[in-house]
Design a protein around this ligand. Structure first.
Ligand SMILES: Cc1cc2nc3c(=O)[nH]c(=O)nc-3n(C[C@H](O)[C@H](O)[C@H](O)COP(=O)(O)O)c2cc1C
Length: 335
């Protein structure tokens, strides 16, 4: 039985993996789905301009595996025609949902009139949603921030207009664009949006634990929670949240051996995805060390991992680390 639906697409639980540039690609999602089991996942954002100019690197982001469905591709752009063109390409690539980014605040995106810049132009934003909805046969959703800056909580009004234009789900990252990632996400903003739309509303911002997720659903009335940073190199965070939200008993945390095996699997999948070992290692230099974050001695190992250039080097550093840590544990246990 589905927990909720996005138009005709059934979503099995109330947990969604956030779109994250350079993170939520096919290798990461493969692991996130298998271990964490979120009801829906999104790709990293895909530039409409890059699709328009046939950038090979961007087309790779459209690869989908059946095991990860339902999957949403997220696109960004600042004009309706290229967004329509890109939406069609993504629908043809076989995604189940198409998401429009209106939350990205970074200058390289905003200066092209894309992402959160659209929060300042309600007419253009609505035109994009309306034209994209009419162009593709799959549900269209929109991810917004609360507004451009604190002076205008634009999201409720925008969300209503997007719904009228045919959007089938709205996600709110409960910060203003000007904030970047500063401060805490203000979940009151999500609650304040609840009355604006009847389509599913997804809350996002600072959900890290099962308690956070449960509290967000309860306090805001949103239909699902979206998790980003807490899921980076930690698919078990998704698993723990999903189990809680589905009323299932918790499972023990992963062992160090589990974490290292998963980190190396992630790297192998990335090598396959990139078709180039060095590129894959470089891509994951920041993320692989996060698999062992919190373990004694992990900070030192991090330095070594960030200088690696092959799978073999990373595997040997991680396996040595596991060996040392397990020996320490055995010694402590035998005392
Ligand atoms: C590394 C990184 C990349 C991101 N890339 C995107 C993106 O491509 N599209 C998007 O809508 N949001 C992006 N975000 C924002 C997240 O989707 C999410 O809204 C934000 O991280 C807040 O959720 P969290 O507190 O669970 O991390 C990104 C965030 C991070 C940390």
């Amino acid at each position: 039985m589905s927990a909720f639906n996005i138009g005709p697409v059934p979503i099995e639980n109330r947990l969604i993996l956030a779109p994250m540039e350079d993170v939520s690609n096919l290798p990461m999602r493969t692991i996130a789905k298998r271990i964490g089991g979120p009801g829906l996942m999104f790709t990293e954002f895909v530039s409409a301009m890059a699709i328009h100019y046939n950038a090979k690197k961007t087309y790779k982001k459209l690869a989908i595996a059946d095991a990860e469905r339902p999957l949403g591709i997220q696109i960004f752009g600042g004009d309706a025609e290229t967004m329509v063109e890109t939406a069609k390409v993504c629908a043809d690539a076989g995604c189940d949902v198409l998401d429009i980014n209106m939350g990205c605040w970074v200058p390289k995106v905003v200066k092209t009139g894309s992402g959160a810049a659209l929060l300042k132009d309600a007419d253009l934003a609505t035109e994009i949603v309306s034209k994209v909805v009419r162009a593709v046969p799959i549900p269209v959703t929109v991810k917004v921030r609360a507004g451009w800056d604190y002076s205008l909580f634009a999201a409720p009004n925008l969300a209503r207009r997007f719904q009228d234009a045919g959007a089938q789900m709205i996600t709110l990252h409960a910060r203003f664009a000007k904030q970047g990632f500063d401060g805490q996400a203000d979940w009151d903003l999500i609650r304040a949006m609840r009355e604006s739309v009847t389509v599913p509303l997804v809350g996002n911002g600072d959900v890290k634990t099962p308690d956070d997720a449960e509290r967000m659903l309860r306090e805001t009335g949103c239909d699902a929670v979206m998790v980003g940073r807490a899921a980076i190199s930690n698919p078990w965070a998704l698993r723990d949240i999903r189990l809680r939200l589905s009323g299932e008993p918790p499972l023990p945390p992963p062992t160090l051996t589990d974490r290292i095996a998963t980190a190396l699997e992630h790297l192998r999948l990335m090598i396959e995805y990139e078709g180039d070992e060095l590129k894959a290692v470089r891509h994951l230099r920041g993320q692989i060390p996060m698999y062992i974050k919190g373990e004694p001695g992990a900070a030192e190992v991090r330095g070594h991992l960030t200088r690696c250039s092959s799978y073999g080097e990373m595997a040997s550093i991680l396996n040595d680390f596991a060996g040392r840590s397990n020996k320490v544990r055995e010694t402590l246990a035998s005392r």
